[in-house]
Design a protein around this ligand. Structure first.
Ligand code: 13P
Ligand code: SF4
Length: 430
């Protein structure tokens, strides 16, 4: 099977009109073209891909211009340069690749996994001076928090953020918290449960993880969200869950929390757009955040798959909207999806609701099964897609020359409280 990047360059050419199509013809360009366009506009943006229409906050990191030699290099040349740089660096560097990265990057990764597995993978290489994280900003921050202070965590393209993580910023969460404290006070009830426990999804800034660490809260991932919510309900009367409303709603609903007790918190509105009585009765207050990749999946796509492939197994990521999760056969994290396909002993048709790079890779890895993406349009995560092999070659050759480029460093005070919230999550693991 051709990689997503190759398929995009094919379908954006006129001769491939019969193909399913891509969400933007701009995807065929090098991501450096968006870095340049951003510099001209003076405003950060996510670039083409699933979150192109989301508004990037002014504070979103931007990537400076990639030197011309990397922009001009062919795919084969970049492959050879990355391979040579890695060989020269040996154990001094470890390259981590998220499941959603393009194949041309994943093939150079020493570890491939979900965000949590990759943060742990970094710990298994204490001898490495540099951890090159081919993923998005919050993942590199987490690796920095968990790794030794003298290990440099590098994000090959600084503009590889996460539009969902950017939907909750520390100022808005602090404002929400102040309003909730005013409404509920801070005293625990007769069972010792405090009024609110903050829970942040791993897809969030280090500052929000630090906020949770400081306020008796915790971090969760898509694979342990139910365990983490149980932990929080033991200690609190309700949870403030950010930034992903869908993961929060899908997880709490499966645990039996009624939808009426899950109001949405819209930042910028007083009491998040709720009345005091609704908030008093709430169990989970859901932040108004979402992932634009997983928002693309619909019940109609699932119905179509069931009509075309009777007996199809539909598995979606819990960042999908509730109706989609309800209509699917199963839902789970990226690693759950991968393991479910790997474990199937009989040839099976799988319709998958998650990022297209992972789905296509699974299809290629398990040819005994039919694996396809529920969304027929090739529309990758805009920000994951900004890690192009050109940037990987640039940071690795920098290391060969003794220069650390694009280091992600979480300030020590934020890192220490964020570590508390991450450690609570590790301890809460079943
Ligand atoms: P994982 O935590 O499964 O790696 O997912 C991260 C992500 O961004 C999902 O959209
Ligand atoms: Fe963020 Fe969604 Fe991309 Fe994951 S897929 S990194 S949640 S924008």
């Amino acid at each position: 099977m051709t990689s997503v990047a190759t398929a995009i360059s094919l379908v954006t050419r006129a001769e491939a009109e019969a193909a399913a199509g891509t969400c933007s013809a701009d995807l065929a360009k090098g991501p450096w073209e968006f870095d340049a366009a951003e510099a001209l506009r003076g405003m950060p943006a996510y670039g083409p891909g699933a979150s192109v229409a989301d508004r990037a906050p002014a504070s979103t990191p931007r990537q400076g211009q990639l030197p011309e030699e990397y922009k001009q290099a062919s795919d084969d040349e970049l492959h050879a340069r990355i391979t040579a740089a890695k060989e020269k660096l040996g154990d001094r560097v470890v390259v981590l690749g998220h499941f959603y990265q393009r194949d041309e990057v994943v093939e150079h990764a020493d570890f491939v996994g979900d965000s949590f597995q990759l943060a742990n993978a970094a710990l298994t290489r204490p001898e490495a001076e540099a951890i090159v994280f081919c993923g998005v900003h919050f993942m590199a921050e987490t690796a920095d928090i968990l790794s030794r202070r003298d290990q440099a965590v590098i994000l090959p393209n600084l503009a590889a953020g996460c539009s969902m993580a950017d939907m909750a910023d520390i100022d808005s969460v602090e404002q929400a918290w102040a309003q909730l404290e005013e409404l509920f006070g801070t005293e625990p009830d007769a069972e010792g449960r405090v009024p609110v426990i903050p829970v942040t999804y791993m897809n969030s800034s280090a500052a929000l993880k630090g906020f949770c660490g400081e306020h008796g809260g915790i971090v969760c991932t898509s694979s342990n969200a139910a365990t983490v919510l149980e932990w929080a309900f033991e200690r609190g009367q309700r949870v403030l869950f950010f930034p992903d409303q869908h993961l929060g709603r899908n997880t709490a609903k499966a645990m039996g929390v009624p939808l009426e007790q899950m109001p949405m918190w819209s930042p910028r509105k007083p009491l998040g757009g709720n009345d005091a009585a609704t908030l008093r009765d709430s169990r989970v207050i859901l932040w108004h955040g979402f992932c634009s990749v997983h928002k693309r999946f619909t019940v109609a796509q699932i119905e179509k798959a069931r009509t075309e492939y009777p007996g199809v197994r539909v598995i979606v990521h819990p960042e999908c909207p509730m109706e989609v999760v309800d209509a699917a056969d199963e839902h789970g994290s990226t690693d759950y999806i991968r393991k479910a396909i790997a474990a199937a002993t009989e040839p099976t048709v799988f319709a998958i609701g998650t990022e297209v790079n992972l789905v296509n890779r699974l299809a290629a890895e398990y040819p005994q099964h039919t694996v396809f993406c529920l969304d027929p349009v090739i529309c990758p995560c805009s920000t994951m897609y900004r890690i192009h092999p050109g940037y990987l070659a640039w940071v690795l050759e920098g290391l060969v020359d003794g220069e650390v480029r694009n280091r992600i460093e979480v300030p020590a005070d934020v890192a220490s409280t964020a570590r508390v919230a991450l450690e609570r999550m590790l301890a809460a693991r079943p």
